[in-house]
Design a protein around this ligand. Sequence first.
Ligand SMILES: CC1=[NH+][C@H]2[C@@H](O1)O[C@H](CO)[C@@H](O)[C@@H]2O
Length: 493
Amino acid sequence: GGAITLSDVIPAVAEAIPAPGDGFRLTGSTTITASGAATPVAGLLAEALRPATGLPLPIIAGGGAETIALVLEPGHPDEGYRLHIRSQGVELRASRPAGLFAGVQTLRQLLPPEIESKTPRRLRWVLPGGQIKDHPRYAYRGAMLDLARHFHEPAEIRRYIDQISRFKINHLHLHLSDDQGWRIEIDSWSRLTEVGGAPGTGVGGRGGGFLTKDDYRELVRYAADRHITVVPEIDMPGHVNAAQVAYPELTCDGKAPRQRTDMRVGYSSLCAHDETTYRFVEDVIRELAEMTPGPYLHIGGDEAMSTPHGSYLIFQKRVLPLVRKYGKIPYGWHEIAQSPAAAQTGAVIQFWGQESSHPAVATSVADGARVVLSPADRVYLDMRYDLLTPLGLAWAGHIEVRDAYDWDPGRLLYGVPEEKVLGVEAPLWSETLRSSADIEFMAFPRLPAIAELGWSPRSTHDWESFRARLGAYGPRWTHQGVRFHRSTQIHWS
Ligand SMILES: CC1=[NH+][C@H]2[C@@H](O1)O[C@H](CO)[C@@H](O)[C@@H]2O
């Protein structure tokens, strides 16, 4: 493709002022300048640029010519940054390390695609001259990975964290329990993983396993270093068969249900009238909260078809406040909006419907709840692209790249105006996934579309621009070894 310009970045930047001919060339004498809290971000920048360039790119504290300076200073919007590229040097300015990290993702995309090579390439490494002023439209830009239907090892989750961080995604929602399996160690209820995390507890009798508390803490740290907040989810009162196989006392009749490795939903429910249920729920919330530095604790709430409506309301009235009791913001699928406790506890409601209006959500929002948008027919990355797609489901229809791109989070839901939208999230359910390759095939190229909706100003929204930028991005995935789907909607470079 042609020379890279400031406007080729995904997500689209808020403002770009090119200065042609004033580009900065990386050479053997280029340094990176950083101090204090900017230093870890400088380390990630050096780590990103050294392999393909083969350049030393030492990190120094003291500035000077030919340097890429990372500067923390007041006056920038949250996660925002200013990038100024001139022939004599580069300045990346922000008020928080997260802003510098966002700027680093932009910088990577301003170098030729070969920058993603793990081995040195003999190339002129030139950053195009000019200025970028950039900041996110929404604070919450998420990706969800379902570890319950198919467990993915920590190394696979770290790989996904790396890949989503390139597009300024800043939340990773981990779906840690469901009917098939339980994937996070809880000390006070150890059979949850001894039984629910055993080999063979995934869909099709595969995909067993679980995260120890140390695995989880390490993933939280790895994500935090890339300015991604982990959002853990324990799905209740439905989607609990695995917990009930491990602890029959969590059923209303005390009989352990049979283990399930099929893909059906809606058949399980905790017992809303039994105090054992609330002891269990509180223990789980307490242990999850103490190992989760992020502000959110997701308690599911979806598809409770086997929970009578009255029992569902009793359950949410008891449980949403428990999340607050342990210092977290309650978060749940949009069914929780049936309960006044959602708004009363200032919960975040995750909309996963296909409707353009949802009265219960609009009411909760009017009463103080906020919304994360995950319309299933737009952002469910487990939906097939088309009839030929070998993986995934199709209950919400096929989702090609344009379907994922062409909608507006600020105008999706009647009664949920722009200022009540916390952001967007792309769930990837794992009933049909088996590997990192499967994750990458379903997530890319659609996730960048959702990342752009979450980050870029609405004024930059343009399908022809996005598809051209995406086509030019393809070689970067190839150099990284990302097994993306070569959608026929895109002209891949
Ligand atoms: C919130 C929600 N509950 C269901 C629904 O989404 O569809 C998913 C598959 O697309 C399925 O795995 C999940 O259990």
